[in-house]
Design a protein around this ligand. Structure first.
Ligand SMILES: *[C@@H]1O[C@H](CO)[C@@H](O)[C@H](O)[C@H]1NC(C)=O
Ligand SMILES: *[C@@H]1O[C@H](CO)[C@@H](O)[C@H](O)[C@H]1NC(C)=O
Ligand SMILES: *[C@@H]1O[C@H](CO)[C@@H](O)[C@H](O)[C@H]1NC(C)=O
Ligand SMILES: *[C@@H]1O[C@H](CO)[C@@H](O)[C@H](O)[C@H]1NC(C)=O
Ligand SMILES: *[C@@H]1O[C@H](CO)[C@@H](O)[C@H](O)[C@H]1NC(C)=O
Ligand SMILES: *[C@@H]1O[C@H](CO)[C@@H](O)[C@H](O)[C@H]1NC(C)=O
Ligand SMILES: *[C@@H]1O[C@H](CO)[C@@H](O)[C@H](O)[C@H]1NC(C)=O
Length: 623
């Protein structure tokens, strides 16, 4: 049912033009698939039948948005056996993803499949294909996995031409000959281990780890053992020559060491410099003279002396500090947000909290109290950053939140790209997005129709230590007096918000959709420096329309095998959320279901027992 819903949503969203013109196309795709099904025996039933609609109901089949072409086939672990005849799958001329891994397919791989010009992902591992790899491989290919088969012959030199290739898995076959010099900049993952390759590893591939090449007895050179030096012929190699080489080597070592020391020196210097700067950003608030507003950067400067203005704690909060403690804490500016400045405050006993100093609050104390009480109640959910306490006086409004050590999605996604970065893997990204979706969905259902978040963006999604996504900055929008000149949701704003300045549940859904696209593409929707603002949804749509689906994804994600199907599905969820017409966007609750569904279909696929789960009409329950 959920899948059906999803398909229904997708159908509404993606325009249904050219319907009649292309039905001929889809029926020829259907014909080719039926041919495949009838000639390849399969242990587990396929429900492919011309009497039911191919795009909506056929197991393992995904069509393009218009429903005119088959673009993906996923039949992993389906008990398919025997050879694939030519002129079946090879005739699907818009196919981008073919996954037939973990079956019992054998014989040679038909040339017409691997050369389908649109093919980007080919997963055939864990079968028993034999023979050589056909020479003409689709120039669009990004992921090629032929591991754990019985392929023989050379690894074709023509693979050099595949400039889009990011992942090549050929391990556990019987390839022989030498490894081609695949000087492909995008190549992130290479595995030719456990074959019968020989000769030396080309220099362009020496940066790959040892396990990419191991299990080839006759292969040599870095990262494996050095190649045996051919026995020197007396006539051609006089003694002097070897001596020269040694001098050269010594020189090289000397220069190398010098450079290393220099590098260490530079690093140490930078490190010290950075420490210096860090400590400058730290400000300690010792005592705050009441009523004095000089240290405008301290969060306590507007705190009034007297009994009435105390820190108000929320029910369930188990902190035991008071206002004095808070004002004594050492504070560090975390950032200036849409509503004011956030500080990290370290209290005497080591407790860390985040203090938000909210400016431009346009409501009186009573209303503020009521609103906070409401926000405190709505915000009680594992996927919402807990608000512990607040303080209200005429000159100062402080909100105290739990401190999340892992930081924000934004910093994990965009911070420290380059050397030393730990990439954010797909599993984690899905987990974060699901957490955030649950949080927002809870806000919508608990807060009622009028209560919106109004500021969903990656810097407002904070992470627990086990990378669950939590929504922060909840409930501040209604308190703020002035309308900012620029809408605060810039980059994430739904088009109607820019016009009306009114936030709704559906505008939150839009912002969340942008966040999903950000997770998938690794691109920030915020204008950076003097660059032009990228309209992320528009950019994604244009790339997807040009059929470069694979190009859309964050390069960092391309190194993980078997995630592309989920990525494509997540992309569709994201695009559904950023539909221009608000009513056509799914609700947050539906979005949660879609993400959960994506997970459940995935895990069943990995378990290799999935026909029922993969079938689009089935009622998938998450474990
Ligand atoms: C297709 O479905 C029809 C009716 O549901 C059935 O009679 C026919 O045998 C099916 N064909 C195949 C190839 O399964
Ligand atoms: C393919 O496998 C079947 C058994 O599943 C076997 O009978 C046939 O000989 C195999 N063909 C090749 C080319 O290995
Ligand atoms: C795979 O095929 C080869 C011959 O092509 C055969 O020797 C081998 O036994 C087959 N392996 C399996 C698991 O069927
Ligand atoms: C592909 O590579 C082969 C051999 O490496 C070369 O002969 C051929 O011209 C290349 N084709 C293209 C389109 O670059
Ligand atoms: C590698 O093996 C092939 C046979 O598979 C042989 O022709 C070639 O000479 C070998 N090359 C080296 C460098 O050993
Ligand atoms: C790889 O190709 C680039 C240009 O595309 C070239 O500059 C570089 O030297 C090549 N590297 C190797 C190891 O062949
Ligand atoms: C290559 O494949 C082997 C076998 O699956 C695996 O043990 C090894 O870790 C892989 N190496 C890389 C770099 O992927």
């Amino acid at each position: 049912m959920k899948k059906l819903q999803f398909v229904a949503v997708a159908t509404i969203i993606f325009l249904l033009h050219n319907l009649h013109e292309t039905t001929a196309d889809i029926s020829s795709d259907a014909q080719s698939l039926l041919q495949f099904a009838s000639s390849v025996p399969h242990v587990r039933q396929l429900n492919w039948n011309s009497t039911i609609p191919i795009c909506k109901s056929w197991v393992g089949i995904t069509c393009n948005n218009e429903g005119t072409k088959v673009i993906a086939i996923h039949l992993p672990g389906h008990g398919l056996f025997g050879p694939i005849p030519p002129n079946t799958i090879g005739k699907l001329d818009s196919l981008r993803i073919l996954s037939l891994r973990s079956n019992f397919l054998n014989g040679s791989l038909p040339t017409d499949i691997i050369s389908i010009p649109s093919l980007q992902f080919l997963y055939l591992e864990n079968n028993n294909f034999s023979g050589e790899i056909p020479l003409s491989v689709s120039p669009q290919i990004t992921n090629l996995d032929l591991s754990f088969n019985s392929f023989t012959g050379n690894i074709p030199e023509t693979l050099k031409n595949l400039t889009r290739l990011t992942s090549l898995n050929l391990q556990f076959n019987s390839f022989s000959g030498s490894v081609p010099d695949l000087n492909i900049t995008r190549l992130r993952l290479l595995n030719v281990s456990h074959n019968q390759l020989n000769g030396s590893i080309p220099s362009s591939l020496q940066t790959f780890p040892l396990s990419s090449f191991s299990g080839n007895e006759l292969l040599c050179g870095p990262p494996l053992n050095p190649c045996p030096v051919p026995p020197p012929s007396m006539a051609l190699r006089p003694k002097k020559h070897t001596k020269k080489l040694t001098t050269g080597a010594i020189l090289a070592i000397a220069i190398g060491s010098f450079l290393l020391i220099l590098l260490l020196g530079i690093l140490l210097f930078c490190f010290l410099k950075k420490k210096d700067r860090d400590s400058v950003g730290e400000l300690t608030i010792k005592a705050v003279p009441p009523g004095k507003n000089e240290k405008s950067d301290d969060f306590g400067s507007g705190v009034q002396a007297g009994e009435k203005n105390k820190l108000v704690f929320f029910e369930g909060s188990n902190y035991n500090f008071d206002l004095e403690d808070l004002l004594r804490a050492s504070a560090e500016v975390l950032g200036k947000g849409s509503y004011g400045t956030a500080y990290k405050a370290i209290l005497d006993e080591g407790t860390i909290v985040v203090v938000k100093r909210v400016r431009e609050v346009g409501v009186a104390k009573k209303e503020f109290d009521q609103h906070m009480e409401f926000v405190g109640r709505v915000g009680r959910h594992p996927n919402i950053v807990p608000l512990c306490a607040y303080y209200y006086s005429k000159d100062e409004k402080l909100l105290v939140y739990e401190y999340m050590v892992t930081g924000s999605l934004s910093s994990l996604l965009h911070g420290n790209r380059g050397i030393g970065r730990t990439p954010l893997d797909w599993e984690t990204r899905v987990k974060i997005s699901l957490g955030a979706a649950k949080g927002i969905s809870h806000i919508h259902s608990e807060g009622g129709a009028k209560f919106t978040h109004g500021n969903i963006k990656s810097s407002n999604i904070l992470l627990t230590t086990d990378f669950d996504g939590c929504v922060s900055d909840l409930g501040l929008a209604p308190l703020i007096n002035v309308l900012p000149t620029k809408p605060r949701c810039i980059g994430y704003c739904a088009p109607e918000v820019i016009e009306t300045r009114k936030f709704t549940h559906k505008s939150d859904v839009y912002s969340f959709g942008v966040l999903l696209l950000e997770l998938l593409t690794g691109k920030s929707p915020l204008p950076s420096g003097h660059e032009e603002v990228v309209d992320l949804p528009r950019w994604v749509r244009s790339v997807v329309r040009e059929e470069w689906t694979a190009e859309v994804f964050d390069e960092e994600l391309m190194r993980y095998p078997h995630v592309e199907e989920e990525m494509v599905q997540m992309l569709q969820i994201g695009l559904a959320c950023v539909t221009r017409v608000p009513d056509n966007r799914p609700s947050m609750e539906e979005v949660v279901k879609m993400i959960v569904d994506l997970r459940s279909s995935d895990s069943s696929e990995h378990r290799g027992s999935s026909e029922d789960n993969r079938s689009k009409g089935s009622n998938v329950q998450t474990p």
